[in-house]
Design a protein. Structure first.
Length: 742
């Protein structure tokens, strides 16, 4: 049997298109952009680097195909990754060639898949009015199937089962096609099969089915496939580097007849493998589509020459890439921007302070806050910046997620702390009484509420009464009593141990940390990181009450309607955006590259992290500032990280070192090409200044002064950390840069 996904080996002859002068939207394009627009016949891969005018090329290409008469609007398929992008492209093309352009098939993979299945769903067991289930419905369905089969949800979390099923669908695999090696316990494939059978009974599909069922439709019904191959004379695909295997197979099938497939993307910006994107789709394009033409868009109209030089030098270290070098698209003006700055700072708090102060200066120089961004590798990094921005009244917005203290896991943790500090806080008690699950359901909570109202007491006080009676079932009563005993014990520790240590003990003994560690959701590790960062936030405060008051003020702040705000977001969320000034903090080993990204993928994971660094740098138009800290409190533990290896990989000609004394990034190690970590490990003594030891001027027994804690005496010196016994504040650990000799 022939391979249904195979393409003819013989490349199709392609006429050379010459643009007549009647297409004004071609006039402003550079030669490479024009070539990408006019090369309409046969497979074409447009490698569009950051800021090279990709959207303009896509729009012009689609307009040219329609206006030149090569196809009618309904004979063109254009696929984007968001509905917003599809709508914008349709509007732009309509403005160029008229309203007829709205008849083109423009949309996301899923929206076009729905459209095809509505017309031909019967062939794969769906009626035309089938339902597309959202994630909540999918989870409920999986739970039902697992319950009927007596599958232990603790060992097989329903959300994890669903993610495994979706990953198989992203690879274009039906239950019968999943390799047995992918299911060593022989539990998931049967669940996948039952899940698909149940979906058919419900006349429903999930998002993964919208392409998987199309693949089944096309391979089992050659006449239907031929109909769409004949219809779509030209296919355009945006963000091709982000496609998964199922999307790739779907495109190959549709492009078999005309072979007029144009894929636009950038292999250097492939950063979503964790959600199924397959970089090999774009890397092997020429192999998969014989005779393909590759056009490189390398003229960048966004960034300065040093920003481009630094980014290009960094990404050149990747072996798995097709290769291109960005260069300035036009001379003069903003494109003669300053070099990329490398800034070494004592610690994370100082990093946030310096960046915030720099933003205030830029604002005074005429740059709006909305043109500034802080791009972090991990979500927990936003906390120190949020605290600093609020302290100085700098307006900001967190894009892609809530502010630190508004995140679900942080709100839950704060609820625990509120009950410990103030047992009558019934709102906090209600939030966490069954979080994580303790068998205290709605009926138990209703009983507690009823008694609290009749006694005129708080929920916790009512619970204390209830556990001595038979009002609630024995199992729930025992669970509630254990929780109350914990709260009583935790409350007794107030004043006896540091607030941060108490918070850690509460969240661990309550099972809340374990709850998120056991969760298989992709964002669960990030939630654990955020909870550990909470300990660092509490550490400077003398007690829980003052910390909780601080949080209340933080939550109440920044609620104004001011639209001129600094953007705070992750590097993953920043793809496709641009700002005049971009700050890239936390470039340190152990944080960026992130070890979790490399644990299972080795060199491929490292290369994706380097692509993420490339994306970060190329978001900047005029100013890019990379920073790292010599000391950072991560998850309530002090670390003395080395600067990220990516810093060592930046070309010296395009960077400017602005390190502090003791953090000299100017002493670059280039003799052997070893990174910072190797350099430091190879020395017999500590590198001069990077981690300041006793030669910084502080020694055991020194009398010192701290602006917050007052006078004290040094008990011990450990790197840049000093153990100090303060006269009034007691024993504290502080960074030496925050004290002076008394």
């Amino acid at each position: 049997m022939s391979d249904p996904f195979a393409l003819d080996d013989e490349p199709q002859p392609r006429p050379t298109a010459v643009a007549p002068p009647s297409y004004p939207y071609l006039d402003g394009l550079n030669p490479e952009q024009q070539e990408a627009v006019l090369a309409t016949e046969g497979p074409v891969l447009v490698l569009a680097g950051a800021g090279t005018g990709k959207t303009r090329v896509l729009t012009a290409r689609l307009a040219y195909i329609l206006e030149s008469g090569r196809a009618q609007p309904w004979q063109v398929l254009a696929v984007t990754f968001t509905n917003k992008a599809a709508q914008e492209m349709q509007e732009r093309v309509a403005s160029l060639v008229g309203p007829a352009a709205r008849s083109a098939w423009l949309g996301t993979f899923h929206s076009i898949g729905v459209r095809i299945l509505r017309a031909h769903g019967e062939a794969v067991g769906l009626k035309s009015n089938f339902t597309v289930l959202d994630e909540d419905d999918q989870i409920r369905l999986i739970k039902q199937i697992m319950s009927e089969g007596n599958v232990d949800p603790k060992r097989w979390p329903p959300a994890g089962v669903l993610r495994e099923i979706q990953s198989w669908k992203d690879k274009g695999l039906t239950p019968a096609q999943v390799p047995e090696a992918d299911d060593p316990d022989k539990r998931l494939i049967p669940l996948y099969r039952q899940y698909q059978e149940r979906l058919q009974i419900l006349n429903a599909a999930d998002f993964g089915d919208l392409l998987l069922l199309c693949l089944q439709l096309f391979t089992a019904n050659p006449d239907v496939l031929a109909q769409y191959q004949e219809r779509f004379r030209y296919l355009l695909v945006d963000e091709y580097q982000d496609t998964n295997v199922a999307q790739y197979l779907w495109l190959r099938l549709l492009a078999q007849k005309s072979a007029n497939l144009c894929c636009v993307g950038d292999d250097d910006q492939s950063i979503y493998s964790w959600r199924g994107a397959e970089i090999d789709n774009i890397l092997r394009f020429e192999h998969d589509f014989p005779g393909a033409k590759v056009i490189r868009l390398e003229r960048n109209y966004r960034s300065g020459e040093h920003i481009l030089g630094a980014a290009s030098g960094l990404i050149a270290r990747n072996a798995g890439r097709l290769g291109k070098t960005l260069r300035v698209g036009r001379e003069g003006g903003k494109h003669q921007a300053a070099k990329v700055e490398i800034m070494g700072l004592w610690n994370g708090e100082e990093e946030a302070r310096q960046i915030a102060d720099r933003m205030v200066v830029l604002k005074k120089e005429g740059l709006s806050y909305s043109e500034m961004a802080v791009l972090v590798r991990a979500g927990f990094q936003t906390r120190e910046f949020e605290e600093r921005f609020i302290t100085i009244g700098l307006p900001y917005r967190v894009v892609g997620g809530p502010r630190f203290y508004e995140r679900q896991e942080i709100r839950d943790a704060l609820a625990y702390l509120r009950v410990v500090a103030q047992p009558d806080d019934s709102l906090a008690f209600e939030r966490i009484v069954n979080t994580p699950r303790r068998g205290l359901g709605d009926s138990t909570l209703q009983t507690i509420h009823k008694l609290a109202r009749s006694l005129g007491k708080s929920l916790l006080a009512a619970s204390v009464v209830l556990v001595e009676t038979d009002e609630i079932k024995p199992r729930a009563r025992a669970s509630l009593k254990a929780l109350l005993d914990n709260f009583q014990r935790w409350s007794s520790l107030i004043g006896g141990i540091a607030p941060a240590d108490l918070a850690q003990q509460i969240l661990e003994e309550s099972g809340y940390i374990a709850h998120w560690k056991a969760d298989t959701a992709p964002d669960a590790p990030g939630r654990v990181e955020n909870l550990k960062e909470l300990y660092s936030a509490i550490e400077p405060f003398e007690n829980l009450t003052t910390f909780l008051e601080h949080v209340s003020l933080v939550m109440d702040n920044n609620a104004g309607a001011d639209t001129d705000k600094v953007t705070l977001m992750t590097l993953h969320g920043a793809k496709g955006l641009e700002f005049d000034a971009v700050f890239l903090p936390g470039w340190e080993e152990g944080l960026f590259p992130h070890p979790r990204a490399m644990d299972d993928r080795g060199d491929r994971g490292l290369e994706e992290e380097r692509r993420l660094a490339y994306v970060g740098i190329t978001r900047a138009r005029k100013l890019a500032v990379i920073s790292y800290a010599g000391e950072r409190r991560i998850f309530n533990q002090w670390a003395h990280p080395s600067p990220s290896r990516f810093i060592d990989e930046l070309p010296e000609a395009h960077i400017e070192n602005r390190g502090m004394k003791g953090l000299d990034v100017g002493q670059r190690f280039t003799e052997t090409g070893a990174g910072w970590g190797q350099r430091f490990a190879s020395r017999q003594t500590a590198p001069q200044g990077f981690v300041v030891r006793s030669d910084a001027g502080f020694a055991e027994g020194d009398r010192v002064f701290h602006e917050k804690f007052g006078y004290g005496r040094v008990l011990d010196v450990d790197g840049t950390r000093l153990d100090i016994l303060f006269d009034k504040a007691g024993a504290k650990k502080v960074v030496d840069s925050f004290v002076r000799k008394a």
